[in-house]
Write a protein that binds this ligand. Structure first.
Ligand code: BCO
Length: 304
């Protein structure tokens, strides 16, 4: 099982290189990540956005890029359409969000004509390497589904379980988070947690162990779980944190990055091809890790 981002990148280096289509690449941090990914031989790129700006920023960050690999787009929305279409037409294997608003980018991914829908619920996952935690921890969904229903949560969990398998974790432990670790009818996320746990026990969600509700402390700290007398194979050693809604997830993602100083990478799951989706403010390193995660996902999707 892969436990660090360095292992993710090392694994990506051994897999067939993929072509990544970047939606709005005119950004120094994005282009730095592109340069690093090219140097480590994990991906080639098609860049969409303002051509002159992409060329001048590429020179600034020391990226050598063939002019033929740049597609001029005069707006963010157009850049997203061109990048997603490149994947749909088989010219690229992965699409990546560059310097563009998440919702504009996602609308292109979800577009009925040229997008990457599969009939499944698409969901976002952020993966964190946190000092002092003995494994990568995955938060879902911090960026796409605003207020998922129970059936949507079931699909979000199934997506993340497949993702964990691509990282060599064949039986991921999924903690369904709430504010407390008991079912409370006044707290709807705890009811969903109980239902998801039972759906897993009955084989309606497969490939991992789901339990909940958990408060965050007893999902990630054995000490906290023992202190509260919680007995569960997931308690204190969760691989996945399923959050109730986008607000909780987004705040957890950004708390881990800004307060916890975690390394991070992030993808959209469930689409016809891997989708890299980080925050615009995330570092070039985070964008590189996300590209490497997408390479592993692409290999996994080819095998399936
Ligand atoms: C963490 C890193 C970066 C960040 O911080 S991101 C910041 C927070 N994130 C965001 O702002 C994006 C949050 N999500 C959204 O704004 C919206 O859900 C999104 C993706 C833009 C779509 O919203 P709208 O454009 O209003 O469209 P809509 O809801 O009417 O849906 C249009 C069609 O797409 C479908 N759809 C929406 N979400 C889906 C999903 N998860 N999986 C599969 N299909 C989905 C939806 O069913 C609809 O289909 P149809 O047209 O009715 O056939």
């Amino acid at each position: 099982m892969i436990k660090t981002f360095e292992e993710v990148v090392k694994k990506a280096e051994t897999l067939p290189s993929v072509t990544v289509a970047v939606a709005q690449a005119a950004d120094e941090d994005v282009l730095e990540a592109v340069r690093e990914a090219k140097e480590r031989n994990i991906a080639d790129f098609l860049l969409f956005g303002d051509k002159d700006t992409i060329i001048s920023l590429s020179q600034k960050v020391g990226l050598e890029i063939d002019a033929a690999a740049i597609g001029h787009a005069d707006s963010d929305v157009k850049a997203a359409q061109m990048a997603v279409s490149a994947v749909r037409e088989g010219k690229a294997d992965v699409v990546m969000k560059g310097m563009i608003q998440t919702s504009d980018f996602l609308r292109a991914v979800l577009n009925k004509e040229y997008g990457l829908r599969t009939g499944k619920v698409l969901s976002h996952v952020s993966t964190h390497e946190v000092d002092g935690y003995d494994r990568l921890i995955h938060v879902t969904d911090p960026a796409l589904n605003v207020a998922p229903t129970l059936p949507e949560k079931a699909q979000i969990v199934q997506n993340v379980i497949g993702y964990c398998h691509s990282l060599g974790n064949q039986e991921p432990k999924v903690a369904v988070l709430g504010a407390v670790e008991v079912v409370n009818p006044n707290m709807p996320p705890t009811l969903d947690a109980a239902a998801l746990t039972q759906m897993n026990r009955r084989g309606q969600i497969k490939g991992g162990i789901i339990d909940g509700p958990f408060a965050l402390d007893n999902a990630v700290s054995v000490h906290a779980a023992e202190h509260k007398g919680i007995q569960s194979p997931v308690a204190g050693q969760a691989d996945v944190l399923l959050v109730p809604d986008i607000e909780a997830g987004n705040m957890l993602y950004k708390s881990l990055v800004y307060f916890g100083k975690s390394k991070v990478g992030a993808l959209v799951l469930g689409a016809a091809a891997p989708v890299v989706l980080t925050s615009r403010a995330d570092s070039p390193e985070a964008k590189l890790y996300s590209i490497a995660l997408a390479v592993l996902q692409a290999a996994n999707q080819k095998r399936a």
